[in-house]
Design a protein around this ligand. Structure first.
Ligand SMILES: [Zn+2]
Length: 76
């Protein structure tokens, strides 16, 4: 059964994310582990907020969209 990417609503075969957003999410998670080495107390939520709000962080457009989505999810 076809479904939709939770971020961009494009039709996908399975899962929650399209290919582009799936890769972007993996990159976000990978980068988070790097950040945790630098800022030990940083939580996933704080990290996502930084990604969304700090324009100086070179985060790709897709990764930013995933961060915005996850950030909204965590506030519910
Ligand atoms: Zn997508």
């Amino acid at each position: 059964m076809a479904t939709k990417c939770v971020v961009c609503q494009s039709t996908i075969e399975k899962g929650e994310y399209c290919d582009a957003h799936s890769i972007a999410k993996k990159n976000l998670e990978k980068r988070f582990s790097d950040w945790q080495k630098a800022y030990e107390k940083m939580t996933w939520e704080e990290y996502l907020t930084r990604m969304v709000e700090d324009a100086d962080i070179p985060v790709g457009e897709w990764a930013k969209e995933v961060a915005i989505y996850l950030n909204n999810q965590s506030k519910k």
